[in-house]
Design a protein around this ligand. Sequence first.
Ligand code: PLP
Length: 448
Amino acid sequence: MSTIATGGSDFGRKHVARGIGRLTDHVIQSGKGSYITLNDGRGEYLDFTSGIGVTGLGHCHPKVSQAAADQCFTLVHGQVSIAFHKPYLNLIERLLPVMPHPSLDSFFFWNSGSEAIEAAIKLVRTKTGRPNIITMQGGYHGRTFGAMALTRSKTVYSQGVAPLMPGVFTTPFPYWHQMGVSPTTSEEEISRQALYQLELVLLQQSAPADTAAILIEPVLGEGGYVPAPPAFLRGLREIADKNKLLLIFDEVQCGFGRTGKYFASEYSGVVPDVLVIAKGLANGFPLSGIVSRKEITDSQSSGSMGGTYAGNAVACAAATASAEVMQEEKVLHNVSVRSAELFAALDELRKEPEVSPHILDVRGVGLMVGVEFSSPSQSTNDPFAAPNGLPNLAARISKRCQEKGLFILTTSLYQVIRFVPPLNITQADMAKGLSIFREAVREVVRES
Ligand SMILES: Cc1ncc(COP(=O)(O)O)c(C=O)c1O
């Protein structure tokens, strides 16, 4: 009989495909609330990654896990092309009242964020009969072929695998790095310039008659944790309407309470034609979706959409329970209180004389917050300073935090640490994480 290796064994690890990167080579044994336990002898770590913005209600939330376990004994796989199933319909009923606008009333569920992006591409092309999609420089939308073609955050995701999906055109996200302007440029000016560039794309690269949609993350995730100014989103809506284009909001990372509202787009009041959702939706169970207007989804012929696991019953039951927990535990309120504490602590840290020259920016909304560092050799006013090849302060800070018991992620080409803690994190755990972060920053800047 062969021995099945568990826990700390090296055996399985050697057979995991090399294409996956990770923060640690240890094994996660369990997760509970804001903590994960590794097999490294140290044990518990505070998790400010939430599995990259997924476990907003903490690991293994009892109500969510119970709902999934119960569903496992009722129906695991209710294939959507065979019949409706109850958890799918219950979830729609739960989600309808929290949609950013009543016009968003037609749902299609899939498994991953990338798949939902593929679904959005298919929908806007079918509805408009036009091929092109305009995406934002700096945006991230996933690793499947359509999603990868729309991704503009780093070349690593698509290098060496061309040809990608054609018909993709790029315009800058309103982030000073993407515009080549000073970090002190006002939001109004950045928005104005970014909208001007978009108008040029429509005049010089992709005529409106060939363009199906514009795609944007209302808060740039993988590209650096940058909220799009509300004025920019309103301008985007106007340009889309003027040119009869559809507007897709990718709220895979910034949705489901992450920013303190159910959807980040609510801050601007701008309503997309297609909303892409995933990650926090089912608190760790694989579930994603697109939500649009019935008039738009009715353009698709029956049978053109589907997928073996699309809208899995267990994942839908977990998502319904997650939506209930959001309400019962007043999670959005917790986000706004913890967010204020987080910003106050980061602003204090930024004022420290030793630290101050190394922090370029503290930004974000709710519990989606980025701290951008500068390299010792990077002038704070030079937007063209090479993002690569410089001593990476952010990666070193992340590593130091890990040594001290906190998992925290970097993001983007630039030196950004992203705070994406559980949405229901306690005051004590937020304070503990911030204390580790403060110590790590002070040590690393002293050594740099
Ligand atoms: C904004 C955004 N869109 C799409 C995706 C892709 O989602 P998935 O990794 O589930 O395919 C991600 C993942 O990080 C994301 O942050």
